[in-house]
Design a protein around this ligand. Structure first.
Ligand code: EPZ
Length: 422
């Protein structure tokens, strides 16, 4: 298994290109199941999770070609051969559940393995199922699989109010609603930029959607959707991750194509921590103001709040900030696995329930570390960039799920980072 070795202490200066958003692409790909015409996505990221979704769609009978070195995904679902998403694929990636709504809407029937829990929490899919039931689907759980069947004549539009915000449940419901009979109103919908991107693509396919990006989305069902070509939005979590790098090491890094509006509260917190985020032509540039960042209080929340997917990376920054910071995790119950690893590097962190108290130290020290999820792993790389000596991060396959060419991107800005095979 590969490891990544980071030798800390180098200032970062340069430009980092940001890929298309993993989490947008994972919702956009299943949209192919809604139409028998081709759907083509450009600006796709080249990541292990995209390979997994490719496998899943192919297993359902969709044709999926990766062109232009994987940047373009050309899909066609003119003849589906299966409506069953097997455990073997779903257990590898929870986003597999996003085939449920489209399959059910198009085929009238779907069997999708329940994903099960994962390292960051239990992550049930009850809201996805309740929404589809409200649209008339009959749902049974059979031997670990969700068996869903649409009523005769197809899914019906419904008024659905989610008790709390769920990105995946909003996406599944939105896709299913495009082909339902009548009007669907989704209240307390997720407002993430990835939802807006999905709605843009569905609209290009002929769907009638209003309100994406607000907490109420209205969908008028249509009889059929057609093909489209869509460019995937940039990855705000990859962007936020790399914005933290110069905040830890010093230096200035430019991000072409970066937009403030997709970063929500993250950008405010970064600025509050003493990091300058400047508008440059066609993008943003990030520079740390003083010698050390300043302590801040962070509470994760659905967009436009501070994203849970940047909490671990922010902790890496705050580990060496001046003062005592608090990070409250409100989305997932077990998302502090990076804390004990950062502590092995000398960070002072107390975790009580969903809150971590971080007392900034002047400098971390390199150590061998590992983590059990994607964002936790990258937070250790970031911490290593600022630490004294060598940090060796194992279980690199987590990183490959969400960051393409990480070593290359950071290395181009002056980081001493390399991947070594075992
Ligand atoms: C999406 O997961 C992202 N994944 C996650 O990205 C991200 O952390 C999360 O949204 C929150 O922003 C993709 O888009 C593929 P949720 P999702 O449904 O849709 C609970 C990353 O690192 N819940 O918004 O699964 C759930 O357990 C990742 O890239 C239910 O209880 O998240 C969680 O506590 C990991 N029942 C909360 O809601 C449900 O039916 C929010 O989850 C659905 C969710």
């Amino acid at each position: 298994m590969d490891r990544i070795v980071v030798t800390g202490g180098r200032e970062l200066n340069g430009t980092i290109p940001i890929a298309g958003a993993k989490n947008a692409c994972l919702a956009l790909m299943p949209a192919t199941l809604l139409t028998d015409e081709p759907l083509t996505l450009s600006n796709a990221p080249r990541l292990a999770d995209i390979d997994t979704m490719t496998l899943l769609l192919r297993a359902l009978g969709a044709e999926v070609s990766r062109l232009d070195e994987g940047r373009v995904i050309a899909m066609s679902s003119h003849a589906l051969s299966s409506h069953r998403a097997e455990y073997d694929i779903v257990r590898r990636m929870r986003a597999s559940i996003l085939v449920l709504g489209p399959l059910l809407a198009r085929e009238g029937v779907a069997e999708v393995s329940l994903p099960g829990g994962c390292a960051i929490g239990a992550r049930p899919v009850d809201l996805h199922l309740q929404a589809l039931e409200a649209m008339g689907a009959e749902i049974d759980l059979v031997e670990g699989y969700v068996h869903a069947r649409a009523p005769r004549g197809g899914l019906r539009g419904a008024r659905i109010r989610f008790p709390f915000v769920s990105v995946g449940a909003t996406e599944n419901t939105l896709m299913a609603a495009t082909l339902a009979r009548g009007t669907t109103v989704i209240e307390n919908a997720a407002r993430e930029p990835e939802i807006v991107d999905l709605a843009r693509c569905l609209t290009a396919m002929g769907a009638r959607i209003e309100g994406a990006g607000t907490d109420t989305i209205t969908v008028e069902g249509v009889d059929r959707l057609h093909g489209a070509t869509h460019s995937v939005i940039i990855d705000r979590i990859e962007l936020g991750t790399y914005m933290i790098a110069p905040a830890i090491t010093g230096g200035t890094v430019r991000f072409p194509g970066a937009r403030r509006d997709i970063l929500g509260a993250f950008i405010d917190k970064l600025e509050e921590a003493g990091v300058a985020v400047d508008d440059i032509e066609g993008g943003l540039a990030v520079t740390r103001r003083g010698d050390r960042a300043r302590a801040v209080e962070v509470v994760t929340a659905p967009y436009p709040g501070f994203p849970t997917d940047l909490q671990a990376q922010m902790m890496a920054l705050l580990a060496t900030a001046d003062g005592v910071s608090t990070l409250e995790e409100r989305i997932f119950e077990n998302r502090f696995m990076h804390a004990p690893e950062l502590m092995r590097m000398g960070a002072k962190i107390d975790v009580h329930g969903g809150t971590a108290r971080v007392t900034g130290v002047e400098r971390l020290k390199g150590a061998p570390v590992m983590a059990t999820d994607l964002r936790a792993s990258v937070s250790l790389i970031l911490a290593g960039l600022g630490a004294e000596g060598e940090t060796v991060v194992s279980r690199v396959y987590h990183l490959d799920r969400g960051y393409e060419r990480l070593e290359e991107k950071l290395g181009a800005c002056g980081a001493a980072i390399e991947r070594i095979g075992e």
